[in-house]
Design a protein around this ligand. Structure first.
Ligand code: FES
Length: 403
């Protein structure tokens, strides 16, 4: 039964090959309606060899193999071995680069080290990202190159033509398609090329492990570590021992904010700073995602109209108001300030906050006001925070309280 189909399929191929002027419709899946007698029964399917099923599947799919040539028809020749080694070299490079990536990702000193740190720590810290990027890139590149080299040099070169058809797949289609896929694996020769199989396996395993570690590595942290001082509860504006947290500008040289620095209607981005902090602690605080604060000095006529938020009437200092810069929608930095009408615009999705009404959202997708920082001025004339934010910064998380 199966051979009858093969004959039909091949005849079609010959007809097309001889100029494609005549076309005898094979009993293909997309062809004319077929009677039940044209299908092989279960016995035919179970007794057919893989090659027969492949030919049957090709005929049913109206696939015509125009040309097929094995680059190494005689297995085990020196030329074939040489080509195998060439392919294997790529996978070995992929494995070594993948191992290097894993080692660098896990053991390279990635923590920030200021330029003044003795030794090479700062230099090594600067190399961290380029190193892991280059090694992962090399591993991916070598894996891809190995696969391309294998397909180009070792797979049979084949040209096939297939008629397009529509409709759902039948059981017959599934059986024959499976046979075709298995045959592809067998004719690819991967089963007998143990060197390539091993090196590709090692390269793929190492690369896969590296990608897995990369994807999961950042998640293996406990965000609640630190209890009530955990990163999700507090920001660098928190002071645990009464030490003032000053407002500093983003500048190479440390510069603390003072009222006389700003004109009416102006705005400045400031960050937390404690005098007891090391250089690294100050750097980390500057770069924490929940640190940036906008210090706004309202014009006197605007300051007179301000509507204070319940319970936060004392949070400002004269005409100065400090709000988190992190948009409560999705966390973009919101700092496009229109001083004429005291509105703050987030450039990401156009949320607008009314700075005359405790930074309440008045347009766009944000639903919570920007958290306000309680500020004051110390005896030396510098701004400082009288406490941490009293609500979550940015889009926050599911335990937030709506404002
Ligand atoms: S992040 Fe600001 S509006 Fe979406």
């Amino acid at each position: 039964m199966a051979h009858r189909y093969v004959g039909a399929g091949r005849r079609d191929a010959v007809d097309r090959g001889e100029g494609m002027t005549t076309h005898q419709e094979p009993p293909g899946r997309a062809g004319k309606a077929r009677g039940p007698s044209e299908y092989p029964d279960d016995t035919d399917l179970s007794t057919s060899s893989r090659e027969e099923l492949v030919r049957l599947g090709s005929a049913l799919d109206q696939v015509t193999i125009v040309h097929r040539a094995d680059p190494f028809p005689v297995p085990g020749t020196r030329a074939e071995k040489r080509t195998e080694r060439k392919v294997a070299r790529w996978f070995i490079i992929a494995a070594l680069a993948g191992l290097g990536f894993l080692a660098a990702y896990l053991f390279w000193p990635y923590q920030y080290a200021p330029p003044s740190t003795p030794g090479d720590r700062h230099f090594l810290y600067q190399l961290y990202t380029p190193i892991i990027g280059a090694l992962l890139g090399l591993s991916l590149f070598a894996t891809g190159s190995g696969m391309i080299a294998y397909a180009k040099d070792l797979l049979p070169h084949e040209t096939a033509v297939q008629e397009r058809h529509t409709g759902a797949s039948s059981e017959l289609d599934r059986v024959t398609t499976t046979a075709i896929l298995v045959d592809s694996g067998v004719s690819s020769g991967i089963g007998r090329r143990s060197l390539i199989k091993r090196t590709a396996g090692i390269g793929g395993a190492v690369l896969g492990t590296g990608v897995g570690v990369l994807a999961l590595g950042g998640l293996i942290r406990n965000p609640w570590k630190g209890g009530s001082h955990a990163a999700l509860w507090v920001t660098p504006w928190a002071s645990y021992n009464g030490e003032p947290v000053f407002l500093r500008y983003d500048a190479e040289q440390l510069r603390l904010a003072r009222p006389e620095d700003m004109d009416a209607g102006s705005i400045a981005t400031v960050f937390p700073y404690k005098r007891s902090w090391s250089e690294k602690e100050a750097y980390d605080a500057m770069h924490a995602s929940n640190s940036p604060v906008m210090l706004i000095r309202l014009r006197p006529d605007q300051a007179a109209q301000v509507v204070q938020r319940k319970g936060q009437a004392s949070f400002h200092y004269g005409d100065f108001y400090a709000y988190s810069k992190i948009c409560t929608h999705l966390g973009c930095p919101a700092s496009l300030y229109e001083s004429q009408d005291a509105r703050l615009l987030c450039p990401c999705h156009q949320s607008q906050f009314d700075m005359l009404e405790y930074a309440k959202p008045i347009f766009g997708p944000a639903t919570r006001p920007l958290p306000q920082l309680h500020i004051a001025v110390n005896d030396e004339g510098y701004f400082y925070a009288k406490g941490d934010f009293i609500e979550p910064v940015g889009p926050a998380f599911w335990e937030r309280k709506s404002g």
